[in-house]
Design a protein around this ligand. Structure first.
Ligand code: PMP
Length: 388
């Protein structure tokens, strides 16, 4: 079938090629130890599943309200006030099909053709395509490890043009695991204010911050009216498969998202909404417990990585990713990743799949048991020893 011209040159990304290779190896009965997956290994808690089943039996099987059920929107507000001090009301909340679709809908509603959006490299791969797919132009700023993968005010100023409309922010960040400090956030806020920019703040990993604390961008003074917060229950509540995310934004944007929903999804799965509502109201202790498990895993992997020749790993700050620098091995990100997969049976992602600034790094997801992670480190250690 003839595809639209705009998709004619679409090739699988560096990330998708690895996923395809993992699938092939698994089908051939040779599954790698898979440290490439960006989702918690924990299954959804049984009481959350029960809440969904209960709601189905109670008759919540019809189309949902377009912005989402009001009890869920209230639960989102209560969660963000309780955890991050953000004051929002349900009219400012839109429930989406995961955080990923939320970002697409937001960019669709905000961008005019040619509008530039600042994106900090390395970035969550879909974002550049999402900006382009909605008529915008991604303008990347290459961040560096020595600055904690944060842009400096000078770099922000140098990247801005009269066409700059917005900033795409993601802290805790995928793939670098960096957490922007309050001061760094404030510098970005001052820049956004001075240039009158919107800020799409992807805070999907807000519940996983080790050491410091998460700064909610919208909660910074004066930022709420220019910020669109993206969150969700995929990571915090181990509910990736439920496809449930949300937006906290000015009311006129929420209303536009509802209008667009009428010709796209017509709301979000009712049972997933009921499960998420229950989850947001009841799982704070579980979140803390899992966060401690991720922190311990990351510390253990980081220690092993730093003992390997040619590898340097900065401390884990947030999310569940480590982003070690492997350039000391003499291999590029892609070479390292493919050889590690083929020669040692360990799957990670090349840093270059997240933009050019990721070259020299690999992304390791600590989303497997401690035992699997340590077995993978054992194999990686032998692999790197043989290289040097
Ligand atoms: N933002 C970031 C930074 C992510 O890593 C992910 C998932 N990998 C998402 C958004 C999307 O999450 P979901 O659609 O499952 O809510």
């Amino acid at each position: 079938m003839k595809l639209a011209k705009r998709y004619g040159n679409q090739k699988p990304s560096g990330m998708v090629r690895i996923f395809q290779a993992i699938e092939k190896m698994t089908a051939e009965d040779n599954p790698p130890l898979n440290l490439s997956i960006g989702e918690p290994d924990f299954v959804t808690e049984p009481d959350i599943v029960d809440a969904a089943a209960r709601s189905a039996k109670e008759g919540f099987t019809h189309y949902p309200p377009l912005p989402g059920f009001s009890d869920l929107r209230e639960a989102v507000c209560a969660y963000w006030e309780r955890h991050h001090g953000l004051k929002a009301n349900p009219a400012e909340v839109y429930i989406s099909v995961g955080g990923l679709h939320a970002a697409w809908l937001i960019l669709q509603a905000l961008l005019n053709p040619g509008d530039e959006v600042l994106l900090f490299e390395p970035y969550f791969t879909p974002y550049a395509d999402q900006i382009r797919g909605n008529g915008g132009v991604p303008v990347t700023i290459r961040t560096r490890e020595e600055n904690g993968f944060a842009p400096t005010p000078e770099e922000l100023r140098a990247a801005a043009t009269p066409r700059t409309r917005g900033i795409l922010l993601n802290s805790p960040g995928n793939p670098s695991g960096r957490v922007l400090s309050r001061k760094q956030m404030e510098e970005i806020a001052a820049f956004a204010q001075a240039r009158d920019l919107f800020v799409l703040s992807d805070e999907i990993y807000e519940s996983m911050v080790y050491g410091g604390s998460h700064t909610c961008f919208a909660a910074l003074p004066g930022m709420k009216e220019r910020t669109v917060l993206v969150g969700g229950v995929s990571k915090s509540h181990c509910m990736t498969g439920w496809r449930l995310g949300y937006v906290i934004a000015p009311v006129n944007l929420v209303q536009m998202l509802c209008v667009n929903s009428t010709f796209q999804t017509y709301g979000v799965n009712t049972l997933a909404q009921k499960a998420a509502c229950y989850a947001l109201n009841t799982q704070d202790t579980k979140i803390r417990e899992r966060s401690a498990v991720f922190a311990a895993r990351m510390r253990a992997v980081e220690e092993r990585l730093n003992a390997m020749k040619g590898i340097k790993c900065h401390p884990a700050e947030g999310a569940f990713y480590l982003f070690p620098n492997v350039s000391g091995t003499g291999l590029s990100s892609e070479e390292f990743t493919w050889r590690l997969l083929q020669e040692a049976g360990v799957a990670v992602l090349p840093g270059s799949a997240f933009g050019a600034a990721g070259e020299g790094y690999i992304r390791i997801a600590c989303t497997q048991s401690q035992e699997t992670l340590m077995a993978a480190m054992e194999k990686m250690e032998s692999f790197t020893r043989a290289l040097l």
